[in-house]
Design a protein around this ligand. Structure first.
Ligand SMILES: Cc1ncc(COP(=O)(O)O)c(C=O)c1O
Length: 396
């Protein structure tokens, strides 16, 4: 006999990730997968070798809950060096915790910060994981859009989204899916609003090593008076092309440091220990690794932009960071909205992308554009070009 029970009410707001659904569709129909944001090339060899060695020789048991000391120390040293004199306060024993990816970091941060009745402002378009994280905390998401084509942050609009119930704001830069990198002035506007209204900022900085055309990443926590009210969430997934390893971290002062650690402790105990050991080797890679990687990403971005312009897509903007671009599909003469188009494109043309509407909750936004992820081999992008050119022919 089946149970007559029902699942928790919070699930009524949630559905499975469409980004990951598009990957399943791509696998089913053999499409070139430009939907989910993961590389189809290998992580650095020395990092893979370190993981193999750690599995063979240990450590293989639980790490201390907040992460392997060597990895916390490596990330701490990295942040202090990169952003000196900011993060001088950061003590690897107290303020940093290794998580199972940024995904867990965001959930832990929100569960530690927000209560039922609180509101959390999500700046959108946004990574699909933020809304579920707010619901897991029992709080209410409030959406504040960045509007195409420039996706600039409108400070007055953000200020207007704040209410007496607002507790936190989630911010992502470099930004998925728009490729925007927020300027210092835009970040200062966010900081001012957080300070004026006593909000906590939860920042997703997973693309902090992928910025184009000489731009430099600015962590919100380095702005005046922000270190104590920011939970900085970062990750290894994108920087070292190890999305399957599930390694991320958060950095925060008290009371957020202990609060987030407590949630992390009872949800996962710790991130995979041997992979944390290999993470130490990843952080020992020198600046030449990042420079070479960035050159490769410039090449991929430029090729992606060229392909879009040749295959009937109109890029909304040129990505300034991360590895995504939103593009309109007017020339394809497809009447449906973006999700239908994305599924059709995967099945009929053999290229998988993600419908733009999945990144918004504000009705009407993202319905006529799709997101391309270009962290792919140049060959993969070329294959996509061939298929898109053939597909477009059939629509003219
Ligand atoms: C903005 C953003 N945050 C978080 C994630 C997931 O990160 P992780 O693999 O560290 O959980 C992604 C993955 O695409 C992302 O684009």
């Amino acid at each position: 006999m089946t149970s007559r029970g029902r699942t928790a009410a919070k699930l009524e707001h949630l559905q499975e990730s469409w980004i990951r659904e598009m990957t399943r569709i791509a696998l089913d129909c053999g499409a070139v997968n430009l939907s989910q944001g993961y590389p189809d090339f290998d992580p650095p060899r020395e990092v893979r070798e370190a993981a193999a060695k750690a599995v063979l020789e240990g450590p293989n048991q639980y790490a201390v809950t907040w992460g392997l000391a060597e990895l916390r120390e490596a990330i701490t040293a990295n942040l202090k060096r990169r952003y000196a004199p900011h993060f001088d306060w950061l003590d690897a024993d107290l303020h940093i915790t290794i998580t199972c990816g940024v995904t867990e970091g965001i959930v832990a941060a929100l569960m530690a910060v927000a209560d039922p009745g609180d509101e959390v402002i999500i700046i959108e378009p946004a990574h699909e994981n933020y809304t579920p994280a707010v619901h897991f905390a029992g709080a209410t998401p409030v959406y504040m859009p960045l509007l195409p084509p420039d996706y600039a942050l409108d400070a007055e609009r953000l200020r207007a989204a704040v209410t007496p119930r607002s507790k936190a704001v989630i911010l992502n830069t470099p930004h998925n899916p728009s490729g925007r990198v927020l300027t210092r002035d835009e970040l200062q506007a966010v900081a001012d609003i957080c300070i004026e209204n006593d909000l906590v900022a939860v920042t997703d900085e997973i693309y902090d090593r992928i910025l184009y055309d000489g731009r430099e990443h600015i962590p919100l926590a380095t702005l005046p008076e922000m270190a104590g009210r920011t939970i900085t969430v970062g990750g290894l997934s994108k920087t070292f092309s190890i999305t399957g390893w599930r390694l991320g971290f958060f950095v925060a002062q008290e009371p957020w440091a202990t609060g987030t650690r407590t949630i992390h402790d009872f949800t996962t105990i710790c991130a995979p220990t041997p992979l944390q050991a290999a993470g130490v080797v990843a952080y020992s890679l020198g600046e030449d690794f990042y420079a070479r990687q960035l050159e490769d990403y410039h090449e991929r971005r430029d090729l992606m932009m060229e392909i879009l312009s040749q295959t009937g897509f109109t890029a909304v903007n040129t990505p300034e960071g991360a590895y995504y671009v939103m593009a309109g599909y007017e020339e394809w003469n497809y009447p449906g909205e973006s999700n239908d188009f994305a599924v059709w494109l995967a099945k009929e043309v053999g290229v998988a992308v993600v419908g733009g509407s999945h990144f918004y909750n504000t009705p009407g936004l993202g319905q006529r554009e799709v997101r391309f992820a270009f962290a792919k081999k140049l060959d993969t992008l070329e294959q996509a070009r061939d298929r898109l050119l053939k597909g477009l022919e059939t629509r003219r």
